[in-house]
Write a protein that binds this ligand. Structure first.
Ligand SMILES: CC(C)(COP(=O)(O)OP(=O)(O)OC[C@H]1O[C@@H](n2cnc3c(N)ncnc32)[C@H](O)[C@@H]1OP(=O)(O)O)[C@@H](O)C(=O)NCCC(=O)NCCS
Length: 583
């Protein structure tokens, strides 16, 4: 806060330090055989004294001066010709009488604080001149400073503007750097929460406890609670019946801080995230992904997930960033997820800093990792993409409605299916819950080319997993529902859904992700309908459905879903990018 304040002050000071509003106006009028010359100082100035001078050609002669404390002084040789009068207030006006009409300039100079010398001159040989028609402003020696021509003025304005912009730019970067204290070096302490050997043991036991339903997770009850209180994370915890770690506050946090902290560099401390950091993580996660953030729901599951590293960065105890990595492919690949930076530190490179730290940490703890993989919902452009291998782009169709709306929507889809006569519409889709039954199919090397899998992987709710035995353990703990083309032989189509889970959208909604694999349109329509139908009894309230698919079936599927009043497309065509790079 203080740095922002300082920046604001600096910028204001700069803006204020330009020319002040103070000014001197001069006027003269004939008075018998002399001239009355009146000077007025305007603006918020403290006048210290006033000088009167006469300019004859290049010669400048002092006539006299006025000082608020010492009074009026007139130069000896002009004592008979000049009279200085102090009008109502010397701050505002002075009168000088010159006993001749010769062609000279008379100048009055106000010595002021803080502007210094403010001077104006008038040619008393000219006809009477009004107060604001003063001849030359703010100059010191009129005869030595010829007026600037048009180009001279233009040049001065341009140079002034460039200089101002230059100074403002420097101020901006100074302020930005002040806010963006980018890190230079890291020291990493490794603190391993699990080992690869633990991984498989835990996978089958704990798996479904928190991410999805088996231990009594009921989205509809959760949804009702979310509706009542926007602080959905706390509700989620109470719903889970877990002890409320956030009530233990800082003393316990302080005591264990060091043992969980794995590195630091100027100003930032990196720690393994713990359940009690939940509220702080939620505090930097407001409005992420337009309310579609999965982390409020997944966070506690992540705390115990085998092969998962979740790192938070704190600055002055304030949580400022989070990044997570899941080690897959038998320890050779890390999938990075969850990246987020607190809103007031975004745009300063902090995402890069935490990513670098997490990479380093993972390299130390999991030295076999050779590849980094991630998915993104935005296209960062060719320059950023060039740092990765772009494995695939998937099309995403997003629908929004409430549960009743989806009910009639699904009935409508079923009717459409009955009326359709696609070439493969008679092929049956078989529902599979037990992954073991799918294992031979998933490990068949023909599957990937047949279904045109993105990067030879199944992307389950943004998590790209190559089809290999060790990754089936990861999939098994996700409580997925699969539909597979069951017409015998090699399947033409396969799809899966993740159980609906609560997200912050609209103060509490459900998110339902369906991943479709294969390019057969009639099977895709069938699969979509089947997935929606199978969760109808579970969903309540507002539901967002994201359907991820091969781009060539997007238009047909969109058309299939169009034309319903109750369920609308949430956003236009968008893409999921699958990226990979050497680690
Ligand atoms: C996206 C977000 C993390 C970027 O944070 P930031 O500190 O402002 O990031 P910067 O713009 O300074 O970029 C720093 C680095 O992070 C990378 N980065 C930015 N957004 C990224 C993203 N979505 N996924 C991966 N890397 C990203 C940048 O490419 C850059 O890397 P480079 O230096 O190698 O080019 C931040 O805006 C945020 O928290 N947004 C909300 C959450 C979100 O959208 N997360 C995206 C997860 S896919």
């Amino acid at each position: 806060m203080s740095s922002n304040f300082l920046c604001a002050l600096l910028i204001l000071a700069f803006l204020e330090s330009g020319r002040s509003n103070s000014d001197v106006s001069i006027s003269h009028s004939r008075d018998g055989d002399g001239q009355n010359i009146t000077c007025v100082l305007s603006g918020d100035e403290n006048m210290t004294q006033i000088h009167w001078e006469m300019l004859r050609g290049p010669n400048r002669t002092k006539l006299g001066m006025y000082h608020p404390r010492f009074g009026i002084y007139i130069n000896e040789e002009y004592k008979t010709k000049v009279k200085i009068q102090n009008k109502t207030s010397p701050h505002q006006s002075l009168l000088i009488k010159v006993a001749s009409n010769e062609s000279v300039h008379i100048c009055c100079a106000f010595i002021t604080f803080p502007s210094g010398k403010l001077e104006q001159c008038t040619d008393i040989s000219e006809k009477d001149v009004g107060i604001n028609a003063s001849t030359i402003k703010d100059f010191t020696y009129m005869e030595q400073k010829p007026k600037l021509g048009l180009f001279g003025r233009l040049g001065a304005i341009i140079i002034g503007t460039i200089l101002s912009l230059f100074i403002l730019t420097i101020l901006f970067y100074l302020c930005k750097n002040n806010n963006c204290r980018r890190k230079k070096s890291f020291e990493i302490r490794t603190y391993r929460t699990d080992s690869p050997s633990e991984t498989h043991a835990e996978e089958s036991d704990d798996a479904p406890t928190s991410q999805s339903s088996p231990n009594g997770f009921d989205p509809s009850k959760l949804y009702a609670k979310i509706k009542k209180d926007l602080f959905y994370g706390r509700l989620w915890k109470s719903y889970q019946g877990q002890p409320k770690a956030w009530t233990q506050v800082d003393t316990s946090r302080e005591a264990t801080m060091n043992s969980h902290c794995v590195g630091e560099s100027d100003g930032l401390i990196f720690c393994l995230a713990r359940p009690e950091d939940y509220d702080d993580v939620m505090a930097i996660s407001q409005d992420i992904y337009g309310g579609n953030d999965y982390l409020p729901h997944r966070y506690h599951f992540w705390m115990t997930e085998p092969g998962r590293v979740v790192i938070i960065a704190r600055r002055d105890r304030k949580l400022v960033a989070l990044e997570s990595g899941l080690v897959v492919d038998g320890g050779e690949t890390v999938i990075v997820e969850g990246l987020r930076v607190c809103p007031n530190e975004r745009g300063c490179g902090l995402a890069g800093v935490i990513q670098t730290f997490v990479d380093g940490y993972i390299k130390k703890v999991y030295p076999n990792v050779k590849t980094k993989r991630l998915t993104r919902g935005d296209d960062p452009g060719p320059e950023k993409l060039s740092k990765f291998t772009l494995l695939a782009r998937r099309a995403v169709l997003s629908l929004l409605g409430n549960s009743e709306g989806f009910d009639s929507f699904v009935s409508g889809l079923k009717e459409k299916l009955l009326a359709s006569d696609g070439s493969n519409s008679s092929r049956p889709l078989v529902s599979v819950k037990d992954l073991d039954a799918l294992k031979p199919l998933l490990l068949d090397s023909d599957l990937s080319p047949k279904l045109q899998l993105p990067g030879n992987a199944i992307i389950q709710d943004w998590q790209p997993l190559k089809l290999m035995e060790s990754n089936l353990h990861v999939l098994a703990r996700r409580n997925l529902t699969w539909f597979v083309d069951g017409s015998g032989g090699k399947p033409l189509f396969m799809s899966l859904h993740t159980p609906p889970y609560p997200i912050p959208l609209n103060g509490g909604s459900l998110r339902f992700n369906i991943d479709l694999y294969g390019t057969d349109t009639s099977l895709a329509k069938k699969a979509l309908t089947a997935h929606l139908d199978s969760v109808m009894s579970e969903i309540q309230g507002v539901v967002v459905v994201h359907i991820y698919m091969h781009q060539i079936i997007f238009d047909d599927l969109k058309q299939f879903c169009d034309g319903h009043d109750t369920v609308k497309q949430l956003r236009d065509f968008w893409e999921q990018l699958l990226l990979e790079r050497e680690f």
